[in-house]
Design a protein around this ligand. Structure first.
Ligand SMILES: [Zn+2]
Length: 261
């Protein structure tokens, strides 16, 4: 096999891993944002309960004031009773007193409702605060695990990038450009293995004479798939490469070092 093809295969193997690492790194912002969203959600629940509590306290004060005002009215009506001359006027005043007392009762009912609601909000605030604490704790643990994963992925990215730079220097520039051009078209995968006389990337059959030439150990040519244009390579199956039955049993790895990548 061509030396440059072997080098390209190494580059491609690194590129495949680089793509995987980049894909892994790309989802970290989303995962970290999810943590923020979970904490924000739990905090919003606390804020919501506290706001509701505050509203009940305000309403309670209004109803308290209502009760006071109606009671004040009743007192005034009672004071007026002594000056009443006619039976009609007395009845009318009595009616006013009854109305005011009904209003007092209504306001007191509402006041009681607000107090019950207030207790409910107290309970909700306590629960939501406890939940927030739990969420914060869980998220803290999960976040630190994700940060460790992220750091490992970043380290791997740096190592692979360095490895790729090193491998690329061994390949002539025009060949590098050629590789990059094809890779760009095919999601970063520029090379395709030939198996069963077919391009494994697109499934297109390789012409018999091309396949014959590819199988020659000292082939000097580089072939491309006629359909997808990827650079083709062929690795002789290990069993077929072993010349005798005895050596095949003892040496499962290919003996020829030239086809090792
Ligand atoms: Zn193809």
């Amino acid at each position: 096999m061509l030396k440059v093809l072997q080098n390209l295969m190494q580059v491609q193997s690194v590129d495949v891993r680089l793509n995987a690492v980049r894909a892994r790194l790309a989802i970290f912002p989303k995962r970290l944002a999810e943590f923020d969203a979970r904490v924000a959600g739990a905090r919003a629940e606390v804020d919501h309960s506290k706001a509701a509590q505050l509203a009940t306290i305000k309403e309670r004060k209004t109803y308290e004031l209502d009760v006071e005002q109606w009671k004040e009215k009743v007192r005034k009506y009672r004071d007026q009773t002594s000056q009443i001359k006619t039976n009609e006027a007395y009845k009318a005043l009595q009616h006013e007193v009854q109305m005011a007392e009904a209003e007092i009762a209504k306001a007191e009912d509402r006041l009681l409702e607000q107090m019950v609601a207030g207790e409910e909000y107290d309970r909700r605030i306590k629960i939501s605060e406890r939940t927030l604490k739990e969420v914060e704790e869980t998220v803290r643990g999960e976040r630190s695990r994700v940060e460790v994963e992220k750091a490992a992925a970043e380290k791997e990215l740096a190592e692979l990038t360095a490895e790729r730079t090193r491998l690329a220097t061994e390949i002539p520039e025009d060949m590098r450009d050629h590789y990059e051009r094809i890779a760009k078209k095919h999601n970063g995968v520029s090379l395709a293995e030939v198996r069963d006389e077919k391009c494994t990337a697109c499934g297109m059959r390789v012409r018999p004479h091309v396949f014959q030439e590819m199988r020659r150990a000292n082939s000097e040519e580089m072939f491309h798939c006629e359909t997808c244009t990827r650079i083709l390579y062929y690795i002789e199956p290990a069993a077929a490469a072993a010349p005798t039955g005895a050596s095949a049993a003892s040496a499962p790895a290919p003996v020829s070092t030239s086809s090792e990548s």
